[in-house]
Design a protein around this ligand. Sequence first.
Ligand code: ATR
Length: 269
Amino acid sequence: TDRYCVFGHPVGHSKSPGIHVAFATQTGQDIDYTAIEAPLDDFPGAWRAFTAAGGCGANVTVPFKEDAFRLCDVLSPRAQRAGAVNTLVLGKDGQTWGDTTDGVGLVRDLKHHGVALAGSRVLVLGAGGAVRGILEPLLVEGPEQLMVANRTPAKAEALAADFADLGAIHGGGFEAVAGPFDVVINGTSASLAGDLPPLPDDLFAEGASAYDMMYGAEPTVFLRWASARGARCTDGLGMLVEQAAESFFLWRNRRPDTAPVLEALRKSL
Ligand code: ATR
């Protein structure tokens, strides 16, 4: 039995163990997957202890994605760009390899929902770590333009500058947002506080899609607002399952069928 885990703090609420156990059952992989609460001041120690006890790989969630980035011996190019790691793999040589699968997870989920990114006008709300992690995979799809809008405009501008070599991206404050957009992705943590970024009413193009990287039993404030303005709405539960599937693939070289896992997870919310 190969051992994996998710590191977080807190981590008790994590859906990752259930998702990976479902993937393992489906693909006939003999693995064990647990949730481990790492101490806030010693993430490297938690990873070392886990690998010393036979651990082969891990997912990393809040607040350790940057700590995980710093401890890796080898980083994938997309993790390098993201400045964060959500997937650790212990190499045969004992080196720690890091990747981030969040952005790919988002793009796959958008595709499953029939949301086209190529040639689209895309708006991303927020400029924190979560948004940094999705910009490269979004730009690779070839949107006509990608705007990053944030409460603190300078952070959006800096982020856009960091990714400018990959496509038509620009940053600014919410007041600089001028629609219409075909795809609007909420990557702020505003929903957690029940807040809604100040956005114009004519934000959405005809047939536009709204995506919230958060999820819950009920639609987020942002999705309720978007739905009332005619957008097709999707929450981030599918992204969660897809990023997990990509991590599972890195560890086991098997691609699980995500649809039944997502369906079961949705029912459990
Ligand atoms: P994460 O890892 O979730 O990205 P983060 O790096 O702390 O967390 O980033 C949080 C993002 O949500 C930021 O873009 C933040 O805006 P600021 O850069 O201006 O702080 C945004 N955010 C948080 N609360 C918000 C609110 N109530 N309204 C609008 N934006 C908010």
